[in-house]
Design a protein around this ligand. Structure first.
Ligand SMILES: [Zn+2]
Length: 185
């Protein structure tokens, strides 16, 4: 038996309009044909699930209205306003989702480059500080001897020069970070 014939038998089976013999034909075919057997299982599962769904409470007067409609010969079609509402809602949701992705999420991911830049600045800063610290240690030991001679004057000059060095390094860092950011863009 052809798969197509079995398919129409299956449809009748789910309509509850099938003979014992025809059911047997389906079973026999499905034993040999994997595709039909799978289709049958999927369909059966779907229909069973539908049957398990709780009955929806119909608003009061609904049945009367439907009957009225049937009697008066009105055809019940889906309200175009409702369809339009849903279409617009779904479209709006899609547009919103697209905008979120294009203007918020993707730029956010791109800007995580800032994190790398900040990290670089921190590394520069650490190098600068460790450089200054070693300078201070070297200079301090020299200075210690000089302070004994020139005291406050030298100390003031030293602080000034260290401050200048720090400021210079900071400026270089800011410049490098800025240039890096420019290059990234
Ligand atoms: Zn088949």
């Amino acid at each position: 038996m052809q798969c197509q014939e079995i398919n129409s038998l299956v449809m009748r089976y789910f309509d509850g309009n099938i003979s014992e013999l025809e059911l047997e034909m389906i079973v026999k075919h499905n034993e040999k044909c994997r595709r039909c057997a799978e289709d049958f299982e999927v369909l059966k599962e779907a229909i069973d699930t539908l049957e398990e769904l709780p009955e929806i409470e119909v608003p009061a007067g609904f049945a009367a209205k439907v009957m009225e409609g049937i009697i008066s010969g009105k055809t019940y079609s889906t309200n175009p306003k409702v369809v339009a509402f849903w279409l617009v809602s779904i479209l709006g949701l899609m547009v919103f989702g697209w905008n979120m992705a294009a203007y918020v999420i993707i730029p956010l991911i791109r800007e995580s480059g800032i994190i790398i830049a900040v990290n670089n600045v921190l590394i520069y800063g650490f190098n600068v500080i460790s450089g200054i610290l070693s300078q201070i240690i070297v200079a301090a030991s020299i200075l210690l001897g000089k302070i004994l001679v020139m005291r406050n004057v030298l100390l003031r000059d030293y602080i000034t020069s260290v401050t200048l060095i720090v400021l210079t390094f900071m400026a270089i860092n800011v410049f490098l970070a800025y240039r890096r950011k420019l290059q990234e863009n």
